[in-house]
Write a protein that binds this ligand. Structure first.
Ligand code: KG4
Ligand code: ZN
Length: 342
């Protein structure tokens, strides 16, 4: 039963190929979490087809939101605000969630909160660790973003470094494609690399000024495979996957260690789809041996979901942030505090 001072946020997420909705209590407790994945549809094309994603969101969104309400055993009358992802992501896909949320908020007389998807990923940590409070340092590793962020408070982020080209998740997906693995490649590479050895050495993904670059690593893997092919050799794909994973992850860990040594952070956290990677999670555990607290969101909360959007929405809501009805999708939205490289 909802108590008088409880705040229930309805989250809506449609930035890529997952139609998701959730009800979260006081920013921390998941009452329901519905994710309808379109992966099986997009796998046929080897990646997300934006137009198909938008159409599927349109068909699914109303059912997904209703299921989130019924799974949580609440009605719209119990909801205090609607939080929706408005960027970054695919513009057509985002617009489905944004339009739906605007209509729902307007019809119900509810406040609307516009959530940055990347800030949402960070909040997956609050749902896994109800006692976690800022400050902490977060390694952000999604399909579209790669950065180390000092989370100073619920609304204050300081981006220490980020990728100058591809995101780490994108590199996993591209290398998987080169190895002939189905979309999305990250989980496939993860499984394959467990059977392989780290035998091939690639250049570090850390640039001379401490940012990340992943496009060179993808090309290096491609060259390795082509050169072997020209010599008539067949490399063991599990060794290639394992060597790639080590290079992709070790650079993140090295930089995170430097940042933490500089800023004296007591807690490190991870966010985004690549946060589900088993090698990354095992390497992050090393920070525990140095006396730091390590936060690894539940696997189901690393990928796209609406609980993280509702959690982020809660902190914005209690801060008085409200979106206007003219809210639009913003496909290239950056994290607060992120500076462009160019
Ligand atoms: O955060 P996310 O769900 O979506 C974005 O906001 O981009 O991240 C998706 C990315 C994809 O590139 C996917 O291949 C990758 O996360 N991913 C993984 C694993 N699970 C998902 N990468 C490596 N290992 C995994 N286990
Ligand atoms: Zn995401």
């Amino acid at each position: 039963m909802k108590q008088d001072n409880d705040i229930y946020i309805l989250g809506i997420e449609s930035s890529c190929d997952e139609t998701a909705s959730a009800v979260v209590k006081n920013g921390r407790e998941i009452l329901s979490d519905v994710v309808l994945s379109q992966i099986d549809i997009h796998r046929l094309y080897g990646g997300v087809v934006p137009e198909i994603a938008s159409r599927n969101h349109v068909e699914a969104i109303d059912k997904v939101v209703k299921k989130a309400l019924s799974d949580a055993n609440v009605t719209l009358g119990d909801i205090d605000a609607v939080a929706v992802t408005y960027g970054a992501g695919l513009v057509g896909a985002l617009l489905v969630g944004v339009s739906y949320a605007k209509g729902l908020a307007q019809a119900q007389g509810l406040p609307l909160v516009a959530v940055n998807h990347i800030e949402g990923h960070i909040c997956a940590n609050y749902l896994t660790y109800p006692d976690l409070v800022p400050p902490y340092t977060c390694l952000l590793t999604s399909g579209g973003h790669t950065a180390i962020v000092n989370v100073e408070d619920y609304d204050g982020y300081n981006v220490v470094c980020s990728t100058v080209d591809d995101a780490v998740g994108e590199a996993f997906d591209k290398v998987a494609r080169v190895l002939g693995l189905p979309y999305p490649g990250g989980p496939q590479i993860d499984a394959l690399s467990q059977r392989g050895q780290n035998v091939y050495k690639f250049h570090s993904v850390v640039t001379s000024n401490g940012n990340f670059s992943y496009s060179g690593l993808k090309t290096a893997v491609l060259n390795l495979l082509h050169n072997a092919e020209q010599r008539g050799e067949k490399l063991d794909p599990s060794d290639v996957a394992c060597s790639f994973t080590h290079t992709a992850v070790d650079g993140l860990i090295d930089r995170l260690r430097q940042v933490v040594e500089q800023n004296g952070a007591q807690t490190v956290a991870v966010a985004g789809g690549v946060g589900a990677n088993s090698y990354l999670r095992s390497r992050l555990k090393e920070f525990e041996r140095k006396g730091l607290r390590v936060c690894l969101p539940k696997l189901s909360l690393c990928g796209d979901n609406a609980s993280m959007i509702a959690s982020r929405g809660y902190y914005m809501y209690i801060n008085g942030e409200r979106a206007p009805l003219s809210l639009n999708a913003c496909p290239t939205l950056k994290l607060r505090g992120e500076k462009p490289h160019h």
